[in-house]
Write a protein that binds this ligand. Structure first.
Ligand code: NAD
Ligand code: GLY
Length: 369
């Protein structure tokens, strides 16, 4: 097991990465479980695979697991489900000093984390991420949110978990498409800040996706280390440092919005395409070589992810995609910062990008290849 500290004054916590952590839940959580009843929020897919393991671990140690099992999918990050969850936590008499366990992907983690942030003005929670995306990104760093009619993640709070247990065993039951989508966020850490890790991903991506446990442990651990460093420096995304984690997200957001945030394009798949676009746009601006942009696209494609936006058949123009970007929550006082690249491993925030030029660039990408 690897242990990565997230160093935040007064709110620091550990991210533990390894196989078999759910079966060892009571010992891993220790004093965080201070009552017999243990509230656990999950979704039906995760429950089908992992509820038995969690029940056995908790019952075996004298705890009484209490479950709220939600419908799977992004629609759970809604006012309606939040209300249901809050009412359930109150009925379960969860108190400020208690911890709620969030067992699932980013949807369960974001929703449960937000509920924990506002329950009685804040109770504790533990992230038990079961998707690759959640293990390397959403469970770490304390961003919690729900979606509203106005857009994704527009209502939320920064609320750090007390502990993150990333059980690599849960990846064995994750559908291959979800693994690929999560893997995009792994490569992201290499592209934005760590050329050696990017090279490792180029060589070992297929092993991670094929279920090689040692490769998975390295990929998750290095990703979490990278995220923990950024979060420790810029917890609330005020200095520009944490904003670098949005590499690929502005272009990706436009693609997700245009496809209706649907299964047609998963978030990680959109981020993968978005990183290719950010790299090619950086080349267009002369910041990186076309060869480096090509290397990034090749690494995405070799993980089985689409690297060509033209292949999506979006039937729209560049200006339409730019219009979607203007509804992004990353808008800042009327400008839209883009994460671009000075090289593989050297991301930077460009606040002076011409949206007309981005539209012209996208026009080419939508038709090319
Ligand atoms: P998800 O939670 O919807 O999970 C994907 C699918 O996999 C679901 O159908 C789920 O039921 C299923 N699943 C989960 N674990 C499984 C397992 N071990 N075995 C079998 N099936 C399993 O999606 P996600 O990709 O994990 O997360 C996406 C969400 O994360 C989005 O809402 C996004 O906004 C959010 N997010 C948040 C942050 C953050 O910093 N808080 C960062 C990135 C993404
Ligand atoms: N996923 C981006 C962040 O946590 O800041």
């Amino acid at each position: 097991m690897a242990v990565i500290p997230v160093e935040l004054a007064g709110r620091g916590y550990q991210v533990r990465v390894g196989a078999g952590l759910l079966a060892d839940l009571p010992a891993q959580c220790g004093a965080l479980l201070r009552k017999r009843a243990v509230p656990i929020v999950t979704d039906a897919n995760v429950a089908a695979h992992w509820r038995e393991t969690v029940d056995a671990a908790l019952n075996g140690a004298g705890f009484a697991p209490r479950w709220l099992v939600l419908e799977p999918g992004e629609s759970a990050k809604s006012w309606g489900t939040l209300e249901r969850l809050m009412d359930w936590l109150l009925a379960e008499e969860v108190e400020r000093g208690d911890h709620v366990l969030a067992l699932g992907g980013g949807v369960i983690g974001d929703l449960t984390g937000f509920a924990a942030a506002i329950l009685k003005r804040g109770c504790g929670f533990v992230q038990l991420p079961t998707t690759l995306l959640a293990q390397v990104d959403s469970s770490v760093g304390g961003k919690t949110a729900i979606n509203t009619a106005a857009g994704k993640n527009l209502v939320g709070a920064f609320h750090q978990p007390s502990l993150v247990l990333a059980d690599l065993g849960t990846l064995d039951t994750l559908p291959a498409r979800e693994m690929g989508a999560g893997y995009a966020e792994v490569i992201k850490y290499g592209i934005l800040g760590d050329p050696a890790f990017f090279a490792w991903c180029e060589a070992n991506g297929p092993a991670v996706l094929a279920g090689d446990r040692a490769a998975q442990e390295y990929a998750v651990t290095e990703s979490v280390r990278a995220k923990a460093r950024v979060v420790a420096e810029d917890e609330r995304e005020t200095t520009g440092m944490r904003a670098l984690l949005n590499l690929g997200h502005t272009f990706g957001h436009a693609l997700e919005a245009h496809t209706g945030f649907s299964d047609r394009l998963l978030h990680g798949e959109a981020v993968a395409l978005g990183m290719v676009l950010a790299a090619r746009y950086s080349a267009r601006r002369g910041y990186i070589s076309a060869a480096d942009a090509g290397r990034i696209a090749a690494s995405i494609a070799s993980a089985g992810l689409s690297s060509e936006v033209s292949a999506l058949g979006l039937n729209c123009d560049g200006a339409t995609l730019v219009a979607h970007m203007l509804h992004d929550k990353k808008m800042d006082a009327g400008t839209l910062p883009f994460v671009l690249l000075h090289g593989i491993g050297t991301a930077f925030l460009d606040k002076a990008v011409s949206l007309e030029d981005v539209a012209a660039f996208l026009e080419i990408e939508l038709r090319a290849h």
